[in-house]
Design a protein around this ligand. Structure first.
Ligand code: PLP
Length: 451
């Protein structure tokens, strides 16, 4: 716990300043009541009232290396002493090293990185590259997805955050990805769902006109939209469709990448290689904002002698890149990706399955690594969600509240609780979180139809 003289009074002051002047994301400003965070370490955060919370959200699923990792903090301090900023047209040691390390982690044939400030602009630039590479305009993405808050990224997004931002002018066509639990294809098995989702995608491609489609943009495992792990064969089927029609496959690895699924990139779990990889969050756990696009040799060649028409003042910012270098090195040295895989298989998967067996509010558990979702329902037979799509409910509010009262900070979206702790989480911490979830789910059970 912090050694500073944090007081409830100081917490009240911080809260008041926030409410007076901070304009919050995705919110009606008079209705937000932000939790005040005074400090954090490892898997925990705390407020000014001395309450500590196990961070099962990794904030916005970005602190893969946990809070305040000493090697990353030291690297930022060291870089700050040496060189805080440098324009993107110059070469810089940590920028080059961060790019080299990322390419080393990427599949063969990826040797260039374009750095951005975060995930949304990584998507914007991946799309720009794909459009210029193919000479085509249209983009395909799934309804159940989130790709960021900027113009093209929010139009690519399927989830309701798009609705108010969609002018229908971004050249995006949405399709259904595979999701057996809430199948759009009336499937009764993963294999059927896979086949039907691929048939549907190919029809969309054909009916839209293959020669008009620049890219298919796909979260390898859709994150905020529900952690729907794709059935075996789906992503390789998408790869085949892209190859057949000359479409660029953009993997959005912003949330699923850098260890979260127990592999460096989530697509490694499915044996596919995309053409462009958008990353952010876990690359340096968000200690300093950073994102980017890892570019295949073929697409990089398009811009070898032709100007790439895009750039950012802070592309490859030294503080962010120093944090990325330290993060990737620490994750390798300390086996943090392997830890995520092991915690997922030995603690979270069996622990969550056990909760599902006892709590009638759990409709489905899905995920891998430290990337799981609980799909909460009013009724296991009808699968009616505990909150409507795109909204919350008193039942979900009560579950989240029950978690917080017991010292757990959950990630919640509509009718789902996501179990997304840092990749560094220990077995004891993971079990502590499961025990709190167990109690909070008893609250959810009270809201089911047969209760
Ligand atoms: C899959 C995915 N893509 C893109 C983004 C956008 O990233 P950012 O918020 O860093 O712009 C997010 C953010 O949550 C994301 O989860």
């Amino acid at each position: 716990m912090t050694e500073t003289l944090d007081t409830a009074e100081e917490g009240a002051r911080v809260y008041a300043a926030d409410r007076a002047h901070v304009f919050h994301s995705w919110a009606a400003q008079e209705l937000v009541t932000p939790m005040v965070i005074a400090g954090a370490l490892g898997s925990y955060v705390w407020d000014y009232d001395g309450r500590q919370f196990l961070d099962f959200s990794s904030q916005l699923v970005n602190t893969n290396i946990g809070h305040q990792h000493p090697k990353v903090v030291a690297a930022i301090k060291e870089q700050a002493d040496r060189l805080c900023t440098v324009a993107p047209q110059h070469a810089n040691d940590v920028r080059g090293e961060a790019a080299r390390l990322i390419c080393e982690l990427a599949p063969e044939g990826f040797n260039k990185v374009f750095f951005t400030n975060a995930g949304a602009d990584a998507i914007e630039h991946a799309v720009r590259m794909a459009r210029l590479h193919t000479g085509r305009i249209k983009l395909l993405s799934t309804y159940r997805s989130y790709h960021g808050g900027t113009t093209t990224a929010i139009n690519l997004t399927g989830d309701p955050r798009r609705f108010a931002n969609d002018y229908g002018s971004a050249g995006v066509v949405h399709f259904f990805g595979p999701f057996l639990y809430r199948t759009a294809f009336h499937s009764s098995s993963e294999q059927e769902e896979c086949e039907r989702a691929l048939e549907h995608l190919e029809q969309v491609v054909q009916l839209e006109g293959p020669s008009t489609i620049a890219a298919i943009v796909l979260e390898t495992i859709p994150g905020t939209a529900g952690i729907m792990t794709p059935p075996p064969g789906y992503l390789s089927g998408v790869r085949e469709i892209c190859d057949r029609y000359g479409i660029v496959y953009i993997a959005d690895e912003v949330m699923a990448g850098f260890g979260r699924t127990g592999t460096w990139f989530a697509f490694e779990n499915y044996g596919v290689v995309p053409d462009l990889i958008a990353f952010a969050k876990g690359v340096n756990s968000g200690y300093v904002p950073l994102g980017g696009v890892v570019i295949s040799d073929e697409i990089a060649a398009t811009f070898a002698r032709r100007v790439y028409p895009g750039g950012l003042t802070y592309s490859g910012h030294p503080l962010a890149c120093a944090a990325a270098v330290a993060t990737m090195n620490a994750m390798t040295e300390e086996g943090i990706v392997q830890n995520a895989a092991a915690i997922g298989e030995t603690v979270l998967r069996p622990g969550l399955a056990e909760l599902a067996a006892r709590h009638r509010s759990i409709g489905e558990v899905r995920g891998l690594g430290v990337f799981f979702a609980l799909d909460l329902v009013k009724d296991q037979a009808t699968r009616e969600p505990l909150a409507p799509y795109g909204s919350s409910s008193p039942a979900m509010d009560a579950v989240v509240q029950a978690c917080k009262e017991r010292g757990l900070l959950p990630f919640n979206n509509y009718n789902r609780i996501h179990v997304v702790p840092p990749c560094t989480i220990s077995e004891a911490e993971a079990r502590e979180g499961l025990a709190i979830l167990d109690q909070a789910l008893a609250v959810a059970d009270e809201h089911t139809t047969d209760s």
